[in-house]
Structures are given as C-alpha cells and as structure tokens.
Write a protein that binds this ligand. Structure first.
Ligand SMILES: [Zn+2]
Length: 443
C-alpha cells in the first residue's frame, strides 16, 4: 500500500507539500508556502517572530507538526521534542516559493533533490536577495536520471512552466506508478517538454495522478495569452510607442518572458534594460548549456539598470560596461524597453517618462477589488501618464487541457492539488480522490 498525506495545496493554489510513504520509504513532493500564508494573524509590521523558529507558526497552526521533519534549531523554542530526520528526501518540482519556501524549516540532513537549473536559479536568488532556503544536502538531477530510495524509484521529467527547470515526477512503487505533475502548461515557449512528460507518463499507466488544477475553475477570471501572443502583441505596442519609453513588469524569475521582451526589443530596434537581479539570473542560467538565453554581457540589445544606491552589492559590479542609470533612460526613451518592478516604481521620479508611454503589465491580473498593491500601482501610472496594457501567458494548463490530459493518460485515480475548486475534477474524471488537509489515505 502507498500512503499519501497532503499537508498543503488542498483547496488552494500553491503551498504544495505531499508526503508519500511505501514500506520504509518516506518522501515529500515539494515543501511550499501558501500564497495567503499567515494572513489571518500577520499584517504590515506584525509578523512571526522568526528568532523563535517555529514557535509562532506551531501555536497558530500555520505549519503542520510533523515529527522528524524539522531542524533542531527550528524546534528549540516550541516545546516540541526534536526527533532524528525521518524522511528519505524532498523532491522539488520547481523553484517558485509556493513549492519551496518552507525548506528553511527542514532538517539539513534530509536530502533535497532538485533539477540542475533549479539549483542555478536558487543560487542566483540567494546572491541577489536576502532570501534563504536553508542549508541542505542539495542533490541535483537532469531528465533521464532516476533516484532510488528505500525501495521506491523516483523519475523526474521536465515540463514547461513559467520558470525554467520545472519537473513532474513518476514515482515507481510496488503498487504501480504514481505521478505528480508539479505546475505545468502547454502553451508556453517549450511545450515539447510537457509533451515529453505526458508521453512518458502515459506509458506507465499510473495508478494515481496527483494533478495541479490552478485554472480548473468554474469561471476563468483572467485573460490568458500564449507566450507567442505576448510577444506579437508587445511588438505592436512598442512599434506604436514612437518617441516614448516602453516600460514593462513581469515575474522576477520568468525567464521566458525575459527572452520574449529581449526578442521584442531586437525586432523593434530598441534595447532591453533589465534590472540587475534579472541580469544576474540570465548570466547564471546562461552557463547551463541546456538553456538558451540572451547573453547579458555580449548582446548589444541588453543594458542593465543600476539604481542610485548608497552602497552597491558586490555582485552588481559585474555589469560595469552594460550599466545605465535613470538619466540615461530619460534621455533615450525612444530607444529602450525598461523592466521596472513594482518595488522600484520610485525610479519613475528620476526617469520622467514621456506622457502616454506604454506600460506592459506582463503578469497575472489581480482579481481582488481591494488589492492595495494594484491601487498603488495605478496611482503611479496615472501620476506619470503611463498607459497600461495587460499581456501575460499563464504558467498553467487550462481546464480543457487538464481534462484532455487526464483522458489521455487514463489513470486509475486522480488526486487534485494546487486548485481552489478541486471538486470540479469530478466533472472531468470518473475516479477522483478529494484529499483532506493532513489526512492520510491509501492508494
Ligand atoms: Zn505553484
């Protein structure tokens, strides 16, 4: 028998934490944090007291009390007894924080398996931010590798998602194959990766499919484009911009989008001015021969925006010759596409974009009406006369695609995850197990 317990990703998008046990083997698939994590108790400057490890998180039932998972240090102030690590490994599907962010609580001796590219992104992220994944025994794999642990065999296979090095998994157990999709899509720049995964999964005739359902919803609230459409529409926006600056914002690790805007810049005779963090990530990933990316140092079409700071982090120095500042952008508006993240909007004060400059919002539209960040963003856009265009390709399959995928794979059982309306899976497949948070079930 294989036991499955889902400690996250149940009735919500993200926060995936799936425990899979067979015989002696005990593995976790992802160790994520929910999007709304702690929002019932924390706001503004009121947050968990991280100096006490898991104390506040346990007291408020924000993190499950799982024996043998957490480090000694994290348990110290909690009153819970430390136990030796009791898991064979944690397998990450990709780097996004809703799949990785609780690694920081985990015992350092539990091996963390991740794709080679995921490790590169992690290291770049740690260098350029203050974020911390924790010290772990990180073990990297590539598609084609398999990892054997206490009688089960884990086979990672690449999928396409809005971050490079995303993987789905086939877990070979004595009962048969159990599949975990991670997050995936078919309309991105590398749909062939997802096709490879699906073809391999189909061969295995899985006994269970743990399937993400981000867009499995009674109503699709957001407009979604393919990556190719984002590119062609953006190109049209840039062409119309004339003498004006083009400003864009996208998710900080959406490398496909970076490539898209780089190509748009090239095609329209402009240069793409990226943030220093983006430049660092592109340079780091560029060293991976399996990922083709624009070369920050050599390409004529990329510049790196350096903000005026009192102290510059050492890693920013690498971009010396490519570095430009607000004054340069102000004087060369008709020649540039500028990446500007929300947290750097105050740069607009120095850049002074020409009235009517287009702003391409290339990430998900928020759909909560009282979204404060959205309101603040709109105030800045209005103040500086920027005109917004919404152009984004989702990282996830549509509901129709999920249905077709399930039918094609023909698994014995479907287990929804990463989905706000998991019961909708019942309209798509004959045998669906709706998991309950923290409750073990057998397959
Ligand atoms: Zn996710």
């Amino acid at each position: 028998m294989v036991n499955i317990t889902m400690y996250g990703g149940v009735g919500e998008i993200g926060g995936n934490k799936v425990l899979l046990e067979e015989g002696k083997a005990r593995i976790f698939l992802d160790m994520g944090q929910s999007f709304g994590f702690g929002e019932d108790y924390f706001a503004g400057f009121l947050g968990a007291r991280d100096r006490f490890g898991l104390r506040d998180y346990f007291e408020l039932d924000l993190i499950p009390k799982i024996p043998g998972l957490y480090s000694k240090e994290m348990l110290e102030g909690t009153g819970y007894r430390y136990r030796k690590p009791a898991f064979d490994g944690i397998f990450l599907s990709h780097i996004h924080f809703d799949h990785t962010w609780h690694l920081r609580f985990v015992h350092p001796d539990i091996p963390v398996h991740l794709g080679k590219g995921t490790e590169i992104i992690k290291d770049s992220w740690v260098t350029t931010s203050r974020d911390f994944f924790g010290d772990h025994d990180f073990q990297t794999f590539r598609t084609g590798d398999t990892i054997e642990l206490d009688g089960i065999e884990v086979e990672p296979i690449h999928v396409d998602h809005s971050v490079p090095a995303a993987y789905g998994y086939i877990i070979h157990t004595k009962e048969g194959a159990i599949v975990y999709t991670g997050d995936f899509r078919k309309h991105g720049s590398h749909s062939e990766l997802t096709e490879d995964f699906l073809a391999r999964v189909k061969e295995e005739k899985p006994i269970a499919l743990i399937c993400e359902g981000t867009r499995v919803a009674s109503e699709e609230k957001r407009k979604n484009y393919t990556e190719a459409e984002v590119k062609s529409h953006s190109k049209a926006v840039v062409k119309k911009a004339g003498k004006k600056l083009v400003v864009t914002t996208f998710y900080p690790r959406d490398v496909d989008r970076m490539r898209t805007f780089f190509e748009v810049a090239k095609a329209t005779g402009r240069k793409f001015v990226v943030s220093s963090k983006t430049a660092h990530l592109l340079s780091a990933l560029g060293k991976d021969p399996r990922i083709t990316l624009p070369d920050v140092i050599r390409s004529k079409n990329i510049l790196v925006y350096i903000r005026e700071l009192k102290r510059y982090p050492s890693w920013e120095k690498d971009f010396g010759k490519k570095a430009v500042n607000a004054e340069y952008v102000r004087k060369n508006q008709d020649k540039l596409i500028l990446q500007l993240d929300f947290f750097h909007f105050s740069e607009l004060v120095d850049i002074q974009p020409k009235k009517g400059s287009p702003f391409i919002h290339s990430k998900s539209e928020p759909f909560e009406e009282d979204d404060i960040e959205e309101e603040v963003k709109n105030n800045w856009l209005k103040r500086f006369g920027l005109r917004q265009h919404q152009l984004h390709a989702s990282g996830h399959c549509s509901m129709e695609e999920i249905k077709t995928i399930i039918e094609d794979i023909n698994p014995k059982l479907v287990i929804p995850i990463h989905c706000e309306e998991p019961e909708l899976f019942k309209s798509m497949w004959k045998k669906v197990k709706l998991p309950v948070l923290g409750k073990t079930f057998a397959v």
